[in-house]
Design a protein around this ligand. Structure first.
Ligand code: UTP
Length: 408
């Protein structure tokens, strides 16, 4: 893209400030800036004009889950079915590691966090260990796809390499980089991170499949025979990956998708709940529920909207490919965005100063014809590390890890 083309793209959107320092830049910096401007999706900016409006929900109804008790009864059958699929390399795992982990407050990829106390035990390492259990049981490698972002791609790859992939087979590990979205002021002006750099952040975890496809990995998956993808977050240190029992249950139910869920600790627990929206599976966030919905109980005394998601889903690739080009809702999130001011000086805001744009994987569930909620024991499979201390923190995760016999 030339300077003139960039100006023609930016002017109608009132974003010429991105070229403010162009005259001061070296040729290399200019090229880099123009490349970023060419890649910008300016249509997102129209969303800011309406302010932060969350898409509204349709008619909600409760959705039951395959419960722990039911799973116990059919465990062997589910497990055998799942192992058979794993042996045939029909299941791949996708680690979502493109987030910035702002609540944890580290510049490094979240997976590099050392959760050990008397020894080193990194988040990435523990996740690989969890996956290795399945690899041993199935006696087959599970293709592992790792989504990074432009901000942490190099650090993540280096870390895996330096640690010999924590014992995993590197031939079965594939990295891909997610897309970025611009960060804007409350007035809708795109910030600049530096004189030659547009301020942008990872565009949420909803674009994982299109980024994976964009990186050319669908051909590889096909070649390997992969038909299902188990997607999971980087920060739930106890999670089972490519869990044969879960895979078997989804296959047995004939569903195109499954979600691991936990029974809510109480009506006020702040988790997204799997339910039906206009007859299709959907995840409703805590703040989207009315008091009545939040507190309503069935005849057995259980909450009707009882099953919280833990970001561990199994998707059928054929369905993912079909919906790949459908529009997903874009969420506008208020954030603290470091940037440079009009005189080029750095600004590190203490309070939120603008918006970032994100699509979310949980919105994908509503694009599926059906989804099997599969209950798991939260004390055995749910230890997310979002914060340093308190709820969902390094402290709470360590307590649960010890409870599950993991040496720290
Ligand atoms: P979170 O929503 O907890 O975000 O991500 P985060 O970036 O890790 O942490 P905060 O909110 O900034 O503190 C849930 C999962 O989705 C991934 C994260 O890496 C995590 O595994 N994710 C999130 C991405 O891969 N890309 C994104 O753009 C956002």
């Amino acid at each position: 893209m030339t300077y003139e083309e960039a100006l023609r793209k930016l002017s109608p959107a009132g974003q010429e400030q991105l070229l403010q320092y162009y005259g001061e830049l070296t040729q290399e910096q200019r090229d880099r800036l123009l490349e970023q401007i060419a890649a910008l999706d300016l249509s997102l900016l129209e969303l800011v004009e309406d302010g932060v409006v969350e898409p509204s929900k349709g008619k909600l109804e409760p959705l039951g889950a395959v419960t722990l008790e039911q799973i116990r009864e059919k465990r062997e059958m589910f497990e055998e079915k799942g192992l058979e699929a794993l042996r045939a390399c029909k299941v791949g795992a996708v680690l979502l590691a493109g987030g910035q982990g702002t609540r944890l407050g580290s510049d490094k990829p979240k997976g590099m966090l050392n959760v050990g106390i008397h020894r080193e035990l990194y988040l990435f390492e523990q996740l690989i260990r969890n996956l290795m259990e399945v690899v041993h049981r199935a006696d087959a490698w599970v293709p592992l796809l790792v989504m990074t972002s432009q901000k942490n791609d190099r650090d993540t790859k280096d870390f895996f390499r330096e640690h010999d992939y924590f014992g995993y087979n590197p031939d079965y590990v594939f990295f891909f980089v997610q897309d970025m979205a611009p960060s804007v002021s409350y007035e809708g002006k795109i910030y600049m991170e530096d004189k030659d750099r547009v301020s942008a952040s990872p565009n949420g975890n909803g674009g994982w499949f299109s980024s994976l496809a964009g990186a050319g990995l669908l051909g590889k998956l096909k070649e390997l025979g992969v038909e299902w993808l188990n997607v999971f977050s980087v920060d739930n240190v106890l999670q089972k990956i490519a869990d044969p029992v879960f895979v078997g249950a989804v296959l047995d139910a004939g569903c195109v998708c499954g979600a691991k869920v936990v029974s809510k600790a109480g009506p006020d627990e702040k988790v997204g709940v799997l339910c039906l929206e206009d007859g299709k599976p959907s995840i409703v966030e805590y703040y989207e529920m009315t008091d009545e919905i939040r507190n309503s109980r069935g005849q057995d005394g259980r909450l009707l909207y009882n099953y919280g998601v833990i970001l561990n889903y199994l998707f059928d690739i054929t369905t993912l490919t079909r919906i790949m080009n459908e529009n997903m809702p874009v969420h506008i999130v208020e954030k603290k965005i470091p940037h440079i001011d009009s005189s080029g000086g750095p600004v590190k805001p203490e309070e939120p100063n603008g918006y970032k744009f994100e699509t979310l994987i949980l919105d994908m569930i509503h694009m599926m014809e059906n989804c099997l909620p599969f209950e798991v024991d939260r004390r055995k499979e749910f230890a997310p590390i979002k914060n340093r201390t308190g709820v969902d923190s390094l402290d709470s995760a360590r307590e649960l890890m010890r409870e599950n016999g993991i040496e720290l």
